[in-house]
Design a protein around this ligand. Structure first.
Ligand SMILES: C[S@@+](CC[C@H](N)C(=O)[O-])C[C@H]1O[C@@H](n2cnc3c(N)ncnc32)[C@H](O)[C@@H]1O
Length: 236
């Protein structure tokens, strides 16, 4: 088995405090933390503000995919539940190379489990599911400075909230809304009558108690989960 590297260079440790958490420590921490009950919920939201290459987020995703597998009895149900799990995980990482690996690692964990489920159900791969998974991971794993709320170009860090709409005729739709990290910290989400999936009692980024004031989130069209990859904006 390849040896786990916890540092890349002394310079990076000094400049960015870059020391990665070994897998066994990640597991010990996730097993003992008070977040245990949240780890049992498919849509409980987690944000890691110094995510590195995803040591924690990939393990949390693995655990959520196990839940998705447990609660699904068709491949379509697993596809939907695994996408819902993905929408609930957020990361911020300062360094560009780490952010790229963070995206790759999250996607790999998703895809490996998807392939395993396809073989269990003897089902063909649904390209829309795979493309939507990648869209979610790229939207939720962002490059930036968690302290300043800015990315490498000096622009605001933007996160997407994924609200599940009521199921109609068996189709689960989702509405994506973008917020800047700064707006989320200051105002919380804009509440517009849509059910907020990553809400209330959970450890959530979109759950701040302060009184909402006017913010201008960018909205996307409500679409079935498998059509997330189309990224259709609501026309203004
Ligand atoms: C101690 S490492 C931990 C990485 C990962 N959480 C883990 O446990 O393996 C800290 C990470 O935070 C990143 N980082 C440092 N300052 C940051 C900041 N202001 N905003 C976002 N990420 C930051 C570093 O590049 C590094 O990858």
């Amino acid at each position: 088995m390849a040896e786990e590297k916890i540092i890349k260079s002394n310079e990076r440790v000094k400049a960015h405090g870059e020391v990665f958490t070994p897998k066994n420590i990640v597991n010990q921490m996730l097993n003992t933390f008070a977040i245990q009950p949240e780890l049992q919920k498919l849509s409980a939201t987690f944000l890691e503000p110094a995510a590195g290459e995803g040591a924690f987020l990939t393990e949390i995703l693995l655990r959520k995919l196990k839940i998705a597998s447990r609660v699904s009895n068709t491949i379509e149900a697993f596809e939907q539940n695994s996408l819902i799990a993905l929408t609930s995980l957020y990361g911020i990482e300062l360094l560009v190379d780490n952010t790229e690996l963070l995206v790759i690692h999250m996607y790999q964990v998703f895809y490996q489990e998807y392939l395993r489920q396809l073989s269990i159900y003897n089902a063909p791969e649904n390209k829309k599911v795979v493309k939507s998974a990648l869209t979610i991971v790229k939207a939720n794993m962002v490059q930036g400075n968690a302290l300043t709320g800015k990315n490498k170009n000096g622009n605001d860090i933007v996160f997407s909230e994924w609200s599940l709409l009521p199921v109609k005729r068996g189709i689960q739709k989702v509405q994506r809304t973008e917020y800047t990290l700064d707006a989320i910290k200051t105002n919380g989400p804009s509440v517009d009558g849509q059910p907020q999936v990553h809400g209330s009692e959970e450890l959530t980024l979109f759950d701040l108690d302060e009184e909402p004031v006017e913010i201008k989130p960018r909205k996307f069209e409500p679409v079935p989960l498998f059509d997330i990859f189309r990224e259709k904006h609501v026309s203004e």
